[in-house]
Write a protein that binds this ligand. Structure first.
Ligand code: C5P
Length: 224
């Protein structure tokens, strides 16, 4: 029952989102960016003037948090209520508080329920679900589980090319801090047993997408 789940985890700046979306497109699958959901909640808290470091207030805010996320890799969007926040959730002010939001266990349980419901309802033969704890917590039984990694230098330099206003050193610093904070909550630096590692350090974008698709095809072929 339900679409085939392809779980992909990895650190910030590993290219996870763009690679996962391109892989979903190549496979004819849907795509779910779980990090965007943590970001959407963070954006909503900022809009409502709620302190993200106050766990009780964050938990209380979940009841009024109404988000919609696209699962079509060709039509990706995130909305909070009627507001399109697809771009806004990438702003540094959101990135700065998202780890505070993500460390609240009740938030994780609440979002994980949504993720499972979105996947179950997706009208695709499969869904690529991408995040930090998909291979270990959200979908430990997924038929395909991948850890997408790259060296810290490669990740920082890719990110700084996206964010032209910041130096690679500053971006590297911010990535390290966010990964360190996130790593206290879930382990996405080491592959859990049965999780296949794809290291993109020496690969370009297209090669990384191909490597992910190769793992998907190999794992699915091994099942039948
Ligand atoms: O993937 P992205 O960098 O957009 O994720 C934003 C933040 O959301 C992460 O830094 C992390 O705090 C949180 N996150 C998480 N679990 C996930 C996905 C994202 O805690 N599955």
């Amino acid at each position: 029952g339900g679409p085939v789940l392809v779980a992909i985890d990895g650190p910030a700046g590993s290219g996870k989102s763009s690679v996962s979306r391109a892989a979903a497109r190549a496979l004819g699958y849907g795509y779910l960016d779980t990090g965007a959901s943590y970001r959407a909640l963070s954006w909503d808290l900022l809009e409502r003037g709620i302190d993200a470091s106050e766990a009780a207030a964050v938990i209380e805010a979940l009841a009024g948090f109404d988000f919609t996320i696209g699962t079509d890799p060709d039509d990706y969007f995130v909305r909070v209520g009627a507001v399109d926040v697809t771009e806004a959730i990438r702003e540094p002010r959101v990135t700065a508080v998202v780890s505070l939001v993500a460390r609240v266990p009740e938030v994780r349980v609440w979002l994980n329920d949504r993720f499972r419901a979105i996947v179950a309802a997706a009208a695709y033969p499969g869904v690529v679900v991408e995040g930090r704890d998909i291979t270990t917590v959200v979908a430990p039984d997924a038929p395909v589980r991948i850890l997408l990694t790259a060296s810290e230098e490669a990740r920082a330099s890719r990110r700084s090319k996206e964010l032209t206003s910041e130096s690679a050193a500053a971006v590297g610093d911010a990535l390290r801090k966010r990964d360190a904070a996130d790593s206290k909550v879930v382990d996405f630096m080491n592959a859990a047993p049965g999780v296949e590692t794809v290291d993109s350090t020496e690969l370009d974008f297209g090669q990384t997408v191909d490597a992910v698709c190769d793992v998907v095809h190999a794992r699915l072929a091994a099942l039948t």
